[in-house]
Design a protein around this ligand. Structure first.
Ligand SMILES: [Zn+2]
Ligand SMILES: [Zn+2]
Length: 53
């Protein structure tokens, strides 16, 4: 078993923080909300939101 598991947020691809089921407070708050994309702000997540740069 891995110590780190995926964030519980369906739309998030980040790894959850130790002792938490979510990678960030954003996902913890949006955990019950179904979203098309994640806005946790972590790099590599929600790539569709990247506009430029
Ligand atoms: Zn995310
Ligand atoms: Zn997350």
């Amino acid at each position: 078993m891995a110590d780190t598991q995926k964030c519980a947020h369906p739309a998030c691809n980040c790894k959850a923080e130790p002792g938490s089921r979510y990678c960030s407070t954003y996902c913890h708050d949006a955990g019950k909300t179904v979203e098309l994309s994640c806005n946790c702000g972590h790099p590599g997540c929600a790539e569709e939101l990247t506009h430029s740069g």
